[in-house]
Design a protein around this ligand. Structure first.
Ligand code: SF4
Length: 249
């Protein structure tokens, strides 16, 4: 049998891989590249791999839980205005003062404690050097972040992908809902299972991971709400069941 020496050495492309890329391309065509992490362009340029924006991204990843980004921006602006966007300044600041500054982000006492836990951990292990803290292999960094009280899986992966600039997929409730309604997962999938599905079916492309998560958020926010708006959604042409799934996140 005649074989092609080129295509036969390439890994097979699964139906799941094809569907995921179709979803990504359709969302990209609608929303354009999202240029995440959602912070200033100047910070984005230096954010990856522990650049100047890395700490701001880590702080934002903690503050963004259960609130919208506009509120996080107001909290970050307060921290910056007080000269607090450094490990040493955040470490020196009493928790109550932090809570007052991040009030716009909501749940401010809880978030101030989580922020303090993270900052204390970095300070005690790497001093003020957020770049050194982040500049480690993903498994070690991920395992360590997950030991910090109040830093969950989504926050951890956001820090690794957007602040450290390393390959890990960020999963959230939008990701779960969209994949469930498109039949790529069932209701029993947990965070780690969804992450594994995505990472094993997508190329190791940091920009793709970066932007795909942002596209999931855009689709979820605008269309794939608890009551789906499929007729206007960019993924409408792909097989789906808008009534699928019980919200568990
Ligand atoms: S709104 Fe409908 S078409 Fe869009 S992602 Fe959700 S289920 Fe799919």
């Amino acid at each position: 049998m005649k074989t092609c020496t080129f295509c036969c050495i390439l890994p097979p492309v699964s139906g799941t891989s094809q569907t995921l890329m179709q979803m990504y391309q359709a969302a990209l065509a609608r929303f354009g590249h999202r240029d995440w992490w959602p912070t200033s362009a100047e910070k984005n340029a230096t954010a990856g791999r522990g650049g100047d924006g890395a700490l701001e991204i880590c702080v934002g990843a903690i503050l963004t839980q259960n609130t919208n980004w506009t509120n996080v921006e107001r909290a970050i602006a307060n921290l910056k205005a007080d000269g607090c966007m450094s490990i040493s300044a955040l470490h020196a600041k009493p928790q109550a003062d932090l809570a007052a500054m991040i009030k716009p982000a909501g749940y401010f006492n809880v978030k101030a404690k989580r922020l303090k836990n993270f900052i204390t951990h970095v300070h005690e292990t790497f001093g003020d050097d957020i770049k050194a803290f982040l500049d480690r292999p993903v498994p070690a960094l991920r395992a360590e972040l997950l030991t910090i009280n109040g830093v969950g899986r989504e926050t951890t992966d956001s820090m690794i992908l957007y602040a450290a600039g390393r390959l890990t997929f960020v999963v959230d409730a939008y990701t779960y809902r969209i994949l469930l309604r498109h039949g790529l997962i069932d209701g029993d999938y947990d965070y780690e299972m969804i992450k594994e599905l995505l990472e094993s079916n997508l190329p190791d492309d940091i920009d793709l991971y970066n932007d795909f998560h942002a596209q999931f958020v855009a689709v979820g926010k605008h269309y794939c709400r608890p009551k789906a708006k499929c007729t206007e959604c960019p993924l409408e042409h792909l097989p789906h069941d808008s009534l699928a799934g019980i919200e568990k996140w």
